[in-house]
Ligand binder design. Sequence first.
Ligand SMILES: N[C@@H](CCC(=O)N[C@@H](CS)C(=O)NCC(=O)O)C(=O)O
Length: 198
Amino acid sequence: MKLYLNATSPFARVARIIALEKGLQDQLELCWSDPWTNDPALLQANPVGRIPVLVTEDGRAIAESLLIAQYLDNLTPSPRLLPPAELAAVLQRTGLGYGLMEAAFTTVIGRKHDAEADQSVLGQRRLQAIDRSIQALASQHRDDGQQTLDLSIIVTAVALDYVLFRLPEIDWRSRYPELAAWHQRVTVRANFTETAFN
Ligand SMILES: N[C@@H](CCC(=O)N[C@@H](CS)C(=O)NCC(=O)O)C(=O)O
């Protein structure tokens, strides 16, 4: 399999961490790609021109991190990142973390292309969405001290990490110390440090 990715994409990092957690690294070729340069190989795999894209052994190119997550989760039985018995709960939490990731990413890209982006109606909505999502994550996350991963944990930890990486002025750790302690425990795992943003 091939995974198109770069080192700063939170969506690609989710796909890569999942592959590592599922023990699929030996079957995965990492194809580093800058989506903003219209890389021809990436465009052939995904006409939308975004990473991540997973190209399966039989040549199917799957775009969208959460769809890649579903595919990879079905390749090996354990660890089960979308456990059927808890599917609704895991998907609910995944949606929350993914919403934060998307709002943060949109804010970063908006700023890159327009210095006034934060002042626009959309920019304001995205910043408010970030604040509300982190607040919801802080009030809903459960820390049972166990480190059994599921998709929601990977997506949420990467999303919070992305906020620290690209939007450090949103100092969520001082406002939500318990969430910060949980995030710290998750992101010291080897598969998170190995894929750290840089
Ligand atoms: N919904 C997509 C988002 C992917 C995405 O936005 N990727 C960014 C990099 S972080 C990208 O490739 N952007 C290039 C572009 O929008 O043209 C997913 O979950 O995979």
